[in-house]
Design a protein. Structure first.
Length: 288
């Protein structure tokens, strides 16, 4: 696996290391301002810690960036590189957990703070296939009086990288689109021109932070471990684990073992997927 495949901001570890790291508040402020289309004055990243053990963890939202912005509004920013069924339900769960965390037993409802979920997707989203624009905003609105919002407390943003890159390639993006330069940085950081960085100082700071990470041997290793984890997870889904084949026939399990071994997935992961012992898996591989 080459270095340039892992040291990119679409790697969710690299993303969090840039935008969720204390000391990088100005960078995160620039990204959130571009998404929400308004100036953000304060950003608190104290809730966005990361531990080495989290790199290979499947805990929900473990590598999300959690930022508290002006007036206590909580933002959850997720970089998603693999397609997930019912992604909108997961976003709603994120929002519910954040919203409930904002109130204690006995508190009045007015203490609840607005929560914003931001999904940056480097994959296709089934629910938004019919929407041409790359950035969609979602709220609770009245069916006929669509301008009437029931509550400002719930707000979702979905940013689809592939849609934006297609528009950039066709030169269909306005030069004053501040979010477009951020998405370009996330997907193709090496293609950003010097004059673009000079016009966007927060993006320039993000690019400088990425360069620092690239030069750090330990950061490169952590990013690579996360990329391996993501690759293996995608392979597991491709071989049907997500569709109930863990209870499948012996032949199905043998086929899964053979295919996963060809992809150089470690034996421990294969055992977990097919629910066979290490000895059984090794025997299948031996007889391939």
């Amino acid at each position: 696996m080459e270095e340039n495949e892992v040291m990119v901001p679409t790697n969710d570890y690299v993303f969090k290391r840039i935008f969720g790291h204390k000391g990088n508040e100005e960078i995160t402020k620039g990204l959130i301002s571009a998404i929400l289309k308004r100036e953000i004055k304060e950003v608190d990243l104290s809730q966005s810690t990361i531990l080495d053990k989290d790199i290979m963890s499947d805990k929900i939202g473990i590598l999300d960036v959690k930022a508290v912005i002006d007036d206590g509004v909580v933002c959850d920013i997720e970089m998603q590189v693999t397609s997930i069924k019912d992604i909108e339900k997961r976003m709603l769960l994120y929002w519910t957990n954040m919203y409930r965390a904002g109130i204690k037993e006995g508190d009045k409802y007015k203490k609840l703070k607005k929560c914003i979920c931001i999904l940056i997707a480097d994959c296709d989203i089934e629910k938004t296939k019919g929407i041409e624009k790359y950035h969609s905003k979602w709220q609770i609105r009245e069916e006929e009086y669509v301008k009437e919002v029931l509550t400002e407390d719930l707000e979702f943003h979905i940013i689809e990288i592939n849609k934006l890159m297609n528009k950039l390639d066709k030169e269909e993006i306005r030069k004053d689109d501040k979010l477009a330069i951020w998405v370009k940085f996330l997907k193709r950081p090496k293609e950003i021109r010097k004059e673009e960085l000079e016009r966007n100082m927060e993006v320039k700071k993000a690019e400088e932070e990425l360069t620092k990470l690239e030069r750090d041997e330990r950061e490169r290793w952590l990013a690579e471990q996360r990329q391996i984890y993501i690759r293996d997870k995608m392979a597991i889904e491709d071989y049907g684990y997500d569709h109930g084949l863990e209870e499948g026939s012996k032949k199905t399990k043998i086929d899964i073992v053979i295919n996963m071994n060809k992809e150089k997935i470690d034996i421990e992961t294969i055992c977990k997927v097919v629910k066979l012992s290490k000895k059984e898996v090794e025997e299948i591989i031996k007889n391939m």
